[in-house]
Design a binder for this molecule. Structure first.
Ligand SMILES: Cc1ncc(COP(=O)(O)O)c(C=O)c1O
Length: 359
């Protein structure tokens, strides 16, 4: 049993009350509470349109479909992050083209995106890993120049900001996750935001089998059942109200680690611009001794995780070149215990254990 888990979040009495009330009011499937949740998310992010979905993966998939991307098209995705964007591209029948990440942070390298654009490229999916903003001014300029769409994978970046605005609100479409290891959770869940009314209408049709309302029997276009539930939305509204407080805690956790690791030689934080509005959802560090360190922590009842794999060694993505920058983050990356409800005493315990191991 781990005494300290890698990501500590929480669901409380307020969520239980909200869910109970929704159930007792007969608000079970997708209805008024879902609409309220969507309106609150849109308002919080400063966008006109938001559509909730069963997961962040579905959010990415319907964003791709709303742009009409399919067989014969190519979409550029970063070689690091989480595989959902690439799998969503495949599910839409398009080809995944991998781009390398930067040397300093594991976010997409815009220069490599430029090299990977072909006449078939329809979109690029910048993935804002752990609240870190991709270089959006450069990427948006490139996308405009080459007439391709930008779908932001902001699944790890809810309420994270760059110099211009909230991450996920700058491309044609922005996709978010409401999974349990996220800032705001609904069990499973996700959402898409956009400023484009036409795309929003498409997203709505795709979410519900192409029907304009439930009482018409016409299918205007292809769609599926990607609807949400008011039960989940009622939980999401409570969690969203807690987001500001959670962000403060995540920043405090990050700062503790950042200060402690600054004095250590064999481990370094993968930086997040904590003081410039980026939200450090996770604590990611690099160490050459990664696998031994994980074993050491396991022995102490402290749960850590290796960084998620690169995409390019995967059998169905292989043969797309070499990705040296990615490899360093993959082989040396470790998640240290954090999360919006991780007690600061636990963080201190982890730091003390790190000191005894590394110093
Ligand atoms: C970067 C990124 N993209 C997409 C997803 C997919 O979201 P979901 O798990 O809600 O489908 C995740 C989930 O962890 C993620 O971290």
């Amino acid at each position: 049993m781990n005494k300290i888990v890698w990501f500590k979040t929480g669901v409380h009495e307020e969520e239980a009350t909200a869910i109970r009330e929704a159930l007792l009011q007969g608000r079970v499937s997708m209805g008024a509470i879902t609409e309220d949740f969507e309106a609150r998310l849109a308002q919080r992010l400063g966008v006109p349109y938001c559509l909730v979905t069963p997961s962040g993966s579905v959010a990415l998939f319907i964003a791709i479909k709303a742009l009409g991307i399919g067989a014969g098209d190519e979409v550029i995705v970063p070689n690091r992050g989480w595989v959902a964007a690439a799998h969503a591209v495949m599910l839409a029948g398009a080809k995944v083209v991998l781009a390398e990440v930067r040397r300093d942070i594991p976010n997409i390298d815009v220069a490599d995106v430029r090299r990977k654009i072909s006449s078939r490229t329809k979109a690029v999916i910048p993935l804002h890993l752990n609240g870190r903003s991709c270089d959006m001014p450069a990427l948006l300029a490139l996308a405009r120049e080459r007439k391709i769409a930008v779908i932001e994978d902001a699944c790890q970046a809810l309420l994270s900001r760059n110099a211009d605005s909230f991450i996920g609100t700058q491309g044609e479409l922005g996709c978010f996750s409401l999974g349990m290891a996220k800032l705001v959770a609904t069990g499973q869940g996700g959402f898409v935001v956009t400023r484009d009314e036409g795309l929003y209408r498409q997203l709505k049709l795709i979410r519900n089998h192409g029907v304009k309302d439930n009482f018409t029997d016409a299918w205007y276009q292809w769609g599926f059942n990607f609807k949400f539930t008011d039960i989940q939305a009622s939980m999401g509204i409570v969690q969203l109200e807690r987001a500001a407080q959670r962000i403060e805690h995540l920043k405090a956790v990050y700062t503790m680690y950042d200060q402690a690791l600054a004095g250590m030689k064999k481990i370094a934080m993968i930086p997040v611009k904590n003081d410039q509005g980026e939200v450090p959802l996770y604590i990611e560090a690099l160490t050459e001794d990664r696998d031994e360190l994980i074993k050491y922590f396991t022995g102490l009842g402290i749960q850590t995780r290796p960084a998620t794999p690169d995409l390019d060694p995967t059998i169905y993505f292989e043969g797309q070149g070499s990705f040296e920058n990615s490899r360093k983050f993959f082989t040396q990356g470790i998640y240290l215990p954090g999360g919006p409800e991780q007690p600061l005493e636990n963080v201190q315990t982890v730091i003390s254990a790190l000191k005894s191991y590394l110093l």
